[in-house]
Design a protein around this ligand. Structure first.
Ligand SMILES: Cc1cc2nc3c(=O)[nH]c(=O)nc-3n(C[C@H](O)[C@H](O)[C@H](O)COP(=O)(O)O)c2cc1C
Length: 357
């Protein structure tokens, strides 16, 4: 029987277990998008994950949507991330870079020249964004011209190249959680009338062409995609998520990507059973899993591996705790994006904690 400790091949990636670390923004970079020594320590502490998927990383300055989030847009970012990947590899781990363009979920104060955030269409999201000045309501984004889209796709491919230069083992396009890719995919945020909008075939085109560009640059066997079908986070309301995501998976099938991360809401609108047969690489399920539900989904074959978010923040040695049924710590939400070491690198591994008692 397949267990969480059974190794897994995902394209070029070789995972020693199926307990994976979900991508999580932690807002510990500086204002230029450079990560430092704390980030290297944080990820190295979690190197026993079968695979680490990094926090969302912007591929161009217009893709930044939160304070102190990191970038992969120039040589300074490559040098900064190199320290992280070296630390993870020295600790025996594997890490892929999540490329995340936030599109309309940004604020002029985070963008070059106080620019207006860009999106497929000028549809203002309900809600707001946390800035150092407090919660600010979202602004109405500027709709991208057709001629501008190619440059954004090229910048995703460049970020993939820079990720490999920085020593990452692969790349993932963030296609979920209401950011730029989801804004193209979803009917309420994409009311375009060119080849990137309208029918499901047109709405999936941005993601398909971006993946083609990323995979064409670094290889499909180390390129993956994250989707969150039916999730309404960031004011996403797709009229027919099943049609959208089935169309998307059919369109990317010929690319032979390494892995697909599917992290819907806990009660999925489109089930894993519908999506899984449409993808030939490693199928990774995330969102709301505990040890028992993770064991069950892997044993049933409905997913190849499971991603853990909050549990990996609080338990840097999560695979070991599962293996020996050891107690689990809970994450402190107040420090998720707080900056600094507290709630970042100070969750002990179990043997460190036992030694300290
Ligand atoms: C603090 C925090 C930050 C997150 N940031 C990201 C992100 O940058 N990219 C992403 O794809 N998902 C992000 N997520 C979502 C997680 O990857 C995951 O899908 C979600 O936490 C559900 O997993 P869990 O129930 O095991 O925590 C974040 C979640 C948390 C808790």
């Amino acid at each position: 029987m397949t267990t969480l400790l059974t190794p897994l091949a995902a394209g070029r990636l070789r995972l020693p277990n199926r307990v994976l670390m979900a991508p999580m923004t932690r807002s510990r970079a500086d204002d230029d998008g450079l990560v430092g020594a704390l980030t290297a320590q944080y990820y190295a502490q979690r190197a026993s994950a079968g695979l680490i998927i990094s926090e969302g990383i912007w591929p161009e300055p217009m893709g930044k949507g939160y304070v102190r989030t990191p970038g992969l847009a120039d040589a300074s970012h490559v040098a900064a991330w190199r320290r992280v990947t070296d630390a993870v590899h020295a600790a025996g781990g594997r890490i892929v870079a999540q490329i995340m363009h936030t599109g309309r979920i940004s604020d002029p104060s985070l963008l070059p020249g106080e620019a207006t955030p860009v999106a497929p269409s000028a549809v203002r999201p309900n809600g707001g964004t946390w800035l150092d000045s407090g919660m600010q309501p979202h602004v109405t984004p500027r709709a991208l011209g057709t001629h501008e889209i190619r440059a954004i796709i090229d910048n995703h491919a460049q970020a993939a190249r820079l990720a490999i230069d920085a020593g990452f083992d692969g790349v993932e396009l963030h296609g979920g959680n209401g950011y730029l890719s989801t804004q193209f995919l979803s009917s309420n945020t994409n009311v375009r009338t060119d080849r990137f909008g309208g029918s499901a075939m047109n709405r999936v085109r941005f993601v398909v062409e971006t993946l083609e560009a990323m995979a064409g640059t670094v290889g499909a066997d180390r390129t993956g995609l994250k989707i969150t079908p039916g999730k309404t986070f960031n004011d996403i309301h797709d009229a027919d998520p099943r049609e959208t995501y089935v169309t998307l998976l059919r369109a990317i099938r010929p690319l032979n990507l390494s892995f697909l991360e599917v992290a819907p809401d806990p009660v999925p609108v489109v089930s894993h059973a519908v999506l899984r047969p449409l993808f030939d690489g490693a199928y990774l399920a995330g969102s709301g899993f505990d040890h028992a539900s993770a064991r069950a989904i892997v044993a049933s074959g409905e997913a190849d591996a499971v991603l853990f978010g909050q549990l990996f923040i609080a338990n840097p040695d999560l695979p070991r705790r599962f293996a020996y049924s050891e107690p689990l710590a809970q994450a402190d939400q107040a420090t998720f994006y707080a900056g600094g070491p507290k709630g970042y690198i100070d969750y002990p591994a179990l043997d460190e904690r036992l030694a300290a008692e």
